[in-house]
Design a protein around this ligand. Structure first.
Ligand code: ATP
Length: 508
């Protein structure tokens, strides 16, 4: 799956046509970077969330859940560093009036140079055939060497400027690199300004008495401030974790990639509290565990990669991203961070309350270290959707779009169809559905030909379609059709539940 805009467009159109995702407030021409999950989308999203919860909370004796409020005391965000440092540098092009993240403009420029290097390598590979030694070529080809040097120089200017909040240096870099606006083509830029990504609102009924509060930009801080509440009341022993899913809000400067980057989105986060000094062991453990989780959804390993951070945030001593190959390229899906004792210590300092753990084995009190796993539910949804989207040419020359969603995540598990709308078949079909609908999400449909009904359920990813015909009335058997193979089998009504349950088993 390369960078494939056409495919991305098709997936977005499919998501709308089949009730997965709608633009927010569409009848008013939409609201930028906000999306609504439709009747099928909400089922898929719930299933992904539940699967994460199951893997993190149900499968780990030492992890418990939490559901903290979106609103938090404003000092929380002082302590966490978000008030002072949750900024992105932005720049506007005066001709197109388009706004960009200044660092992304520079990163895109670097990506262009990397593209040139990749082209040189491909060309040379063709020219030299089997004798090609890529490393030697990269180290000696003058054009490649010069371009590599260019990239190094740009990074050596960009990163320190970002670290030091030196907006003038970033502007100078954009000018020196002669970066033009992709829309207007002009280099007529404003100055670079810091832009805080937190949304704020006021709480309180009178203007004078109101306090400015923030919509949380991450769920993690709700976990940190409840660390002792959960530890004490749950009698948790280190190492232990607290998991939470919920909405987060960021006023992203550029948000144009469907549900990949939204201003309101959902996170699934887990903070794992460990003994200081043992964090690297747990960091490695969670890297492995999280990758197992990703692969268990039936998406092959080549679609994932780790991207270890060379440049660490000031509070982290190790960090990696799980990247997924979206149709827009490999991009961050999840972050795994070793956050030291930064957050708990900061909350101790700002609140004046001790957030320590008494370790009975060491007979010592300390502020625990934290390994965090943080995944965007919407991005995971997009990963599932993009991998599942399959266009197939069938033997009879016709085509179908089938969503090959792992059956346990699919919005509906079984669709039940009467072959025709008469002769008692609808009644029989509804009776069958009544027998299984408390166990699975089922869908009843009697409109259109059976072929059309199959196609509609292929398009939303329903693993099984059950058809009730005249024979059913005689011998209580039905046809059951499997989504991916399209194979049909005649089975007893009593067998449906077992067949579907087997297919849904996660252990498999
Ligand atoms: P990015 O670099 O893409 O902005 P980030 O590094 O700021 O992401 P984190 O703060 O680590 O992201 O948040 C954890 C996860 O939350 C991300 O891996 C991503 O899946 C999700 N996420 C973050 N921002 C957004 C957003 N604007 N829309 C949707 N999901 C998001």
């Amino acid at each position: 799956m390369a960078n494939n805009e056409d495919l991305f467009k098709k997936i977005i159109a499919h998501a709308k046509e089949y009730g997965f995702i709608f633009q927010s407030s569409e009848i008013y021409d939409g609201l930028a970077a906000a999306y609504d999950y439709g009747q099928n989308g909400v089922e898929l999203k719930n299933n992904i969330r539940q699967y994460w919860w199951k893997a993190m909370v149900q499968m780990h004796e030492n992890i418990v859940g939490l559901d903290a409020a979106i609103f938090m005391h404003p000092t929380t965000w002082k302590a966490s560093g978000h008030v002072d440092a949750f900024n992105d540098p932005m720049i506007d092009n005066k001709d197109s009036k388009k706004r960009y993240r200044a660092d992304v403009l520079v990163e895109d420029h670097i990506a262009k140079i990397e593209g040139k290097i990749a082209k040189e390598i491909t060309k040379a590979k063709k020219r030299f055939g089997d004798a090609f030694d890529e490393q030697q070529f990269v180290e000696t080809n003058p054009r490649v060497v010069a371009n590599m040097q260019k990239i190094e120089e740009i990074k050596n200017r960009l990163y320190p400027a970002m670290d030091n909040d030196d907006m003038a240096a970033i502007k100078q870099l954009i000018e020196d690199l002669a970066i033009a606006c992709p829309v207007s083509g002009s280099r007529n830029w404003t100055d670079v300004r810091q832009f805080n990504l937190m949304f704020s609102t006021s709480m309180g009924s009178t203007a004078e008495g109101a306090t400015e509060i923030f919509l949380r930009p991450e769920t993690a801080q709700g976990i940190f401030v409840n660390f002792l509440n959960v530890q004490k009341t749950g009698r948790m022993k280190i190492p232990f974790g607290i998991a939470q899913t919920g909405k987060a809000f960021r006023n992203e400067i550029v948000a144009r990639q469907f549900i990949f980057r939204m201003r309101e989105f959902e996170q699934m986060e887990m903070q794992f509290f460990v003994r200081p000094g043992e964090e690297m062991k747990w960091y490695e453990y969670w890297k492995e565990q999280r990758m197992i989780w990703h692969l268990s959804m039936g998406i092959p390993a080549e679609n994932y990669r780790f991207h270890d951070h060379d440049k660490l945030a000031h509070y982290a001593n190790a960090a990696t991203d799980v990247e997924f190959e979206f149709p827009i390229g490999f991009k961050e899906l999840e972050g795994i961070h070793s956050r030291t004792d930064f957050d708990l210590k900061a909350h101790e300092e700002y609140s004046g309350k001790k957030l320590r753990y008494h370790d009975p084995e060491l007979n010592e009190s300390y502020v625990p270290y934290v390994i965090e796993t943080s995944i965007g539910l919407d991005r995971q949804f997009l990963a599932v959707l993009s991998y599942a989207y399959t266009e197939e040419k069938l033997e009879d020359g016709s085509e179908r779009v089938v969503m090959k969603i792992a059956p346990f995540l699919a919005p509906y598990k079984v669709a039940v169809f009467p072959l025709v709308k008469k002769d008692g078949l609808p009644e029989k079909a509804l009776e069958i559905m009544d027998g299984i609908k408390s166990d699975f999400m089922c869908f009843y449909e009697e409109k259109d030909s059976i072929g059309k009904r199959y196609r509609r359920h292929d398009a939303i990813g329903t693993p099984y379609c059950v058809t009730v015909d005249h024979q059913t009335l005689e011998d209580n058997t039905v046809t059951i059709r499997e989504r991916d193979t399209m194979k049909q089998e005649r089975v007893a009504i009593d067998e449906i539940s077992r067949i579907v349950t087997e297919k849904l088993s996660i252990n498999k």
